[in-house]
Design a protein around this ligand. Sequence first.
Ligand SMILES: *[C@@H]1O[C@H](CO)[C@@H](O)[C@H](O)[C@H]1NC(C)=O
Ligand SMILES: *[C@@H]1O[C@H](CO)[C@@H](O)[C@H](O)[C@H]1NC(C)=O
Ligand SMILES: *[C@@H]1O[C@H](CO)[C@@H](O)[C@H](O)[C@H]1NC(C)=O
Ligand SMILES: *[C@@H]1O[C@H](CO)[C@@H](O)[C@H](O)[C@H]1NC(C)=O
Length: 336
Amino acid sequence: MSDKPPAKRSPPCRRKIIVGSIVLLVVIALALSLGLGLGLTLGRDDGGDGDGEEPTLSPLPSPNNTLSWVPKVNDTWQIILSHPPLVSDSVTPDVSIFDIDLFDSPASTIAQLHKLGKKVICYFSAGSYENWRPDAKDFKNDDLGNNLDDWPGEKWINLNSKNVREIMKKRVEMAKQKGCDGVDPDNVDGYENDNGVGLTINDSIEYIRYLSMVTSPLNLTLGLKNAKGIISAVLPLVSFSVNEQCAQYNECNDFQPFIAAGKPVFHIEYPGGEGDISQQIQTYGFGEDTKKKTCTSEGSNGFSTVLKKMNLDGWVEYCNGGIEATSVDEATGGHD
Ligand SMILES: *[C@@H]1O[C@H](CO)[C@@H](O)[C@H](O)[C@H]1NC(C)=O
Ligand SMILES: *[C@@H]1O[C@H](CO)[C@@H](O)[C@H](O)[C@H]1NC(C)=O
Ligand SMILES: *[C@@H]1O[C@H](CO)[C@@H](O)[C@H](O)[C@H]1NC(C)=O
Ligand SMILES: *[C@@H]1O[C@H](CO)[C@@H](O)[C@H](O)[C@H]1NC(C)=O
């Protein structure tokens, strides 16, 4: 059994797509009807993740209700997706938020974290099919697009599919039942990738709006994973960012609108790359130079940064010092 890979980003592919998509300036006016009838204007439809200018997006209206919990800038956190954490009368590290896998984590683990005063964000893939999930059979063939590069068993999915949205609604309801405080829906940036189902930046914006409509009545705090091209459009709908590798790709500045809005950026870097890191690094950390580069990357002021291994196991190094290792339940989670 191998560990579950981390959230997807697939850098080489992603860069290739961007270079390949030199799209002439197209102005698309969208008439959105959310009862409030706000208009949304896209500057261009190249996915908005080019290294040049960002599209100009007017924000979507926020949901009316007040969430019972939202995270704050500088909140401390840990993310573990390989297996559920083992939590007893204490948990290491003593941070305020844990981001863990929705399917793999039992309600009892979440309850125990709550007892210790922690908040729990539950991770699931909202934009890809994962063939090992218990609800995988609910997807229809028509919902599925291209394979995700480097992530065996995963395919991009059609975010406009009613069936896909029903599946995701059930996942959100599961998060509520398990006691999660928020959700971290991954892979909402299919438009940046060779997705095979024609996804555009518009589809991602609409999809975040859909997700906010299902999460907010349940008091589940919604995050935006990566997807820097849609931040200006969906910022009012989301309460935090989970970013991967903005320091590596020199794009932390793009996520500063979150900080300016008083919303945290939970920032992950993988300084060890895709392979396993050495025992030396696991014991002593990535070293001062790497840490400095990662932790003081331009535009990352106010980010809650963690240095992780790509398999997102219990190991973590923090900018302000410590290496920590959360115990995990190796018998649960992971997939072949
Ligand atoms: C939000 O509030 C407005 C104005 O009070 C109301 O018209 C609208 O139906 C509300 N929307 C939701 C989703 O409750
Ligand atoms: C959501 O939280 C608010 C404020 O804490 C509370 O009034 C409301 O009943 C909650 N709704 C649900 C569905 O839990
Ligand atoms: C944007 O997406 C919505 C929902 O999928 C769709 O109704 C609308 O026609 C799209 N607009 C454009 C310009 O593609
Ligand atoms: C977050 O922490 C940084 C670094 O300590 C500090 O400069 C900043 O003011 C803090 N921001 C908030 C909103 O607490």
